[in-house]
Ligand binder design. Structure first.
Ligand code: GLN
Length: 272
């Protein structure tokens, strides 16, 4: 055991925000810590969470939600709790936020039905659902990571350019302001199906429309989150030991093939 290291994963509103397999992201981080002998705890950050609960987490995961649940969360996450979450993210706590979660970190979300809901304003972006009759953005998603620091870190960890494979299912369309996009859409729709951008990257927060198989399908991103969290917590240059990710890599290749996405060096890409 290597349990001089321990990470606390804060999971935002697990019962309200975990659509389309988003808990897979939590399980993936948890297992990859355990396989390396690190201590790991999962702490739900829900209506019962205190400001000090939020302050004590090392890594944050937030999933998607239907508009109704999202509204409940956005109304709960106000005041001191919102401030605590804002402070964590501003101070570099890494996190992965999917679909509804980035919408609540943005300036506002306008649901298909009902009133605009104010977000935390942490990410300079707005999301608008064009109404119940508009087509949802559903399907597989392939993204080239372009957020500069993340792209550099992932290339350093894996030896090649990072492409993410995921699955999106959202009604809201997101437009970015000054915040950097996570990446460029290679296959799928991403933020709005128009400008070719997908997600956002701010401090160490990854915002994406890719749902919960994101980390299992792209395990190097889980490792980036773990490594970033450990370095921040222990203030040492920690490098993670490699794990056997052959199955995940085969799954990636199979998906790229199925979607007829021809990426340079895909077979070798992202194998550690
Ligand atoms: N309610 C949001 C939308 O439709 C988020 C959906 C989700 O998280 N899957 O855009």
């Amino acid at each position: 055991m290597n349990n001089e290291f321990e990470l606390i994963i804060g999971w935002l509103y697990p019962t309200l925000m975990s659509t389309y397999g988003d808990r897979g992201n939590v399980i993936c981080i948890e297992r990859r810590c355990q396989w390396r002998g690190y201590g790991v705890k999962v702490l739900p950050l829900d209506q019962n969470a205190t400001v000090s609960d939020i302050g004590g987490v090392d890594l944050i995961v937030g999933g998607g939600a239907q508009d109704r649940q999202q509204e409940i969360v956005m109304r709960d996450l106000q005041g001191a709790k919102a401030e605590a979450l804002r402070e964590k993210i501003e101070n570099g706590t890494p996190g992965v936020f999917t679909c509804g979660a980035p919408q609540l970190l943005g300036r506002y979300y306008e649901p298909g039905i009902g009133e605009r809901i104010e977000g935390l304003g942490l990410l300079d972006m707005v999301s608008v659902h064009p109404g119940e009759n508009a087509r949802r953005c559903i399907g597989n998603l392939v993204v080239e990571v372009t957020a500069s620091r993340l792209a550099r870190d992932l290339a350093e960890m894996t030896g090649s350019k990072a492409f993410l494979i995921g699955f999106e299912n959202h009604g809201g369309r997101t437009k970015l302001g000054k915040v950097e996009a996570l990446g460029r859409v290679v296959y799928g729709l991403g933020n709005n199906g128009e400008d070719g951008g997908e997600g956002a990257f701010y401090q160490n927060a990854i915002a994406t429309y890719s749902h919960g198989p994101l980390l299992p399908k792209n395990p190097f991103v889980a490792d980036w989150l773990i490594q970033t969290a450990l370095r921040l917590k222990y203030q040492q240059s920690i490098t993670l030991s490699p794990l056997d990710d052959r199955l995940a890599m085969q799954a990636r290749e199979a998906m790229f093939k199925r979607l007829k996405v021809n990426l340079p060096n895909v077979a070798a890409a992202n194998v550690q």
